[in-house]
Design a protein around this ligand. Structure first.
Ligand code: F6R
Length: 614
């Protein structure tokens, strides 16, 4: 996720901003840049790649000495990671420089407006458009603060913006709407950062900003207003975390932090997917509607957690589009001589975009003339580069080795793809698609609700510290959840953990059940009577043989109570969307149990974040 730094004070702005960016490196990024105001002009440098690339250029040709500046580490969303797309961006006359974190939902419309006014845009980013808009305002005679207020009122989406004006060497102006930003309060100097890690070395006094707020910062003053300039109170707090805790937002592990980022990650992955007239749009996707209409078979290829997202996708795509879907482990795909041709769509799901098995599989598919669509979290990585089309998930970088927010955002991308195909092929009416989109848009709130119950799950997890084996049962969309829950426990707690389709129990796995064996059961929503009833029978079968059942069931489902030794409640959601909430207790359970066992949750033994060998 992008890192943002702002500074005004008595130190060298370039050095202070670069220091801040270094402390935000943990967020992950693919380019970096800095801009300062000196002698009535903007001086700016930015480079693709690691901060070291930027520092090398600055060593060779330092920016003029300045005491006000902004900086950015970019995690690419709009446009590939290169020098031009790196932030800061400026307006056409380079009077305003601006950095941005987030997604501007209405950027296409704003871009058309800016270009129609004769402005030449150099990058593929939504940020550059905002820089132009803010600059146009200051050029019209208003100050930077008013300019920012006016521009924020035109923007839809989630954004943090920080700007400086060459003609105002004293003021940094920032805006926050749904993306993180905190102020660091110093003596004769003030700081801005995506999180407190950016300035913790210089001050531990900080101001928390709310949604839709603007902060105007000079050396000696920090003023916070709403987007209309009305003053608002910001909460001051003291930071007592060390740097390592600050990077993790106070959590002990990146994984835990990432679990709690999921409401935001899911919301971000849904931003900008509907046009003003309600049509679904997937703007990064480079496949024409005619090509999608011709698709008569879909094969999803992926590994590990991404494979389980693909299993959920199969249920959704087949149900909403009536197009046959196969889901295949990428490592198996090309060795079995799969039947594919120009009407087969291959969907490759990969968080990292670098998994060698998946990359080799898409190369094979393309050599057979199939079209490949990537669902990926890493802009500019190999898999989207070698695919015909891409849908980016907007999880931000995932640092914990075990995938969490990567999985949830992959699910969202799969649902969006399924609905888009339904729209193109006309297999669902527009109002049905609207209804599902509304249900999806309600999911961040439901995810929040489940995460609020984390303490009860933690207690349950700790009480299983002596367990050697755990089974997971699910049906329908709950089956991949059971598999993913088991994978999380294997990789983090190093326990024997296996997921089964509940209906398969009697065909073998039930022999594993013995007295006291914990069995986690993902119960389908009550509305799906057949599924629900069959799941209940499966739970009774294992309980009758001595298993201890931990059931995940929707609120209000009392029928499960007699068969659950422990009960975790899930919000009421449609069956196909249930994986988005059902997986959360399983992630929390694995994270807490591994912590209780003293394991390194972020770097489990023998595992790598991206598996670049076959
Ligand atoms: C499990 C996990 C792995 C990955 C798999 C594929 O927590 O992270 O199973 O899901 O290695 O990785 P990507 O999605 O990067 O292709």
């Amino acid at each position: 996720m992008c890192g943002i730094v702002g500074y005004v004070g008595h130190r060298s702005a370039t050095d202070t901003v670069i220091d801040g960016l270094r402390r935000l490196e943990y967020r992950g990024y693919d380019s970096a840049g800095v801009a300062v105001v000196s002698d009535g002009a903007i001086a700016l440098e930015k480079r693709a790649g690691k901060l070291a690339n930027l520092e090398k250029v600055l060593d060779e040709t330092p920016l003029a000495l300045a005491h006000i500046g902004i900086g950015h580490t970019r995690w690419a969303t709009h446009g590939p990671p290169n020098d031009v797309n790196a932030h800061p961006h400026t307006g056409g006359v380079r009077r305003v420089a601006l950095v941005h974190n987030g997604i501007i939902e209405n950027f296409m419309e704003l871009r058309e407006r800016v270009e129609a006014d004769g402005h030449e845009l150099l990058s593929d980013t939504d940020t550059e458009i905002v820089a132009h808009l803010v600059e146009l305002q200051v050029q019209s005679g208003v100050d930077l603060t008013t300019a920012m207020q006016r521009v924020c009122q035109q923007l839809d989406g989630a954004f943090t913006l920080v700007a400086i004006d060459a003609e105002d060497p004293d003021t940094v102006v920032a805006a926050r709407c749904n993306s993180p930003l905190v102020v660091g309060l110093g003596e004769g100097e003030n700081f801005l950062g995506s999180d407190v890690a950016a300035f913790i070395e210089f001050t531990r006094e900080a101001l928390e900003l709310g949604q839709d707020q603007i902060v105007v910062m000079t050396r000696d003053e920090v003023r916070v207003t709403d987007f209309h300039g009305r003053p608002v109170e910001a909460r001051q707090f003291h930071v007592d975390w060390d740097l390592s805790a600050a990077e993790k937002d106070g959590h002990d592990w990146f994984m835990r932090k990432e679990i709690f980022e999921q409401p935001r990650a899911v919301a971000d992955s849904l931003i900008g997917r509907r046009t003003a007239n309600g049509q679904l749009q997937l703007d990064e996707m480079r496949l024409a509607d005619e090509e999608l209409r011709d698709v008569d078979k879909i094969i999803i290829i992926a590994c590990g957690t991404s494979f389980y997202a693909g299993m959920v996708a199969k249920y959704a795509i087949e149900h909403w589009t009536r197009t046959p879907v196969e889901v295949e482990l990428a490592s198996e795909f090309r060795y079995r001589d799969p039947i594919i041709d120009a009407t087969t769509l291959i969907v490759a799901i990969s968080q990292s975009g670098e998994t060698a098995d998946t990359l080799q599989a898409i190369r094979h598919a393309r050599s057979q003339r199939a079209k490949v669509l990537a669902i990926c979290n890493t802009n500019g990585s190999s898999i989207p580069r070698e695919s015909d089309a891409v849908i980016y998930t907007h999880a931000g970088p995932e640092i914990g080795v075990a995938s969490t927010k990567g999985f949830l955002t992959q699910l969202v991308a799969c649902y969006l793809l399924a609905l888009y195909i339904a729209q193109v092929k006309g297999t669902r009416f527009g109002d049905e698609i609207d209804e599902i989109m509304e249900q999806l848009e309600a999911m961040p709130g439901h995810i929040e609700t489940v995460l609020e119950g984390a303490d009860a799950v933690y207690e349950l997890a700790r009480s299983h510290a002596g367990t050697r084996s755990v089974l997971f049962l699910g049906r329908h969309a709950g089956y991949p959840v059971a598999l993913e829950g088991a994978l999380k426990l294997k990789e983090l707690a190093y326990l024997h953990a296996e997921g089964f389709a509940a209906g398969e129990l009697k065909h073998g796995p039930i022999a594993l059940i013995e007295e006291g064996l914990p069995v986690l059961c993902v119960v389908p929503p009550k509305g799906r009577d057949q599924l629900h009833g069959k799941m209940l029978s499966g739970i009774q079968e294992v309980r009758a043989r001595g298993a201890r059942t931990i059931c995940l069931a929707e609120a209000g489902d009392t029928s499960i109570e007699p068969y659950a030794d422990d009960l975790i409640r899930l919000p009421k959601v449609p069956v196909l969307l249930q994986p988005l909430v059902a997986i959360l207790p399983l992630q929390l359970f694995a994270c807490e149990l591994a912590t209780a066992l003293g394991h390194d949750v972020d770097q489990p033994r023998n595992l790598a974040k991206s598996v670049t060998v076959e």
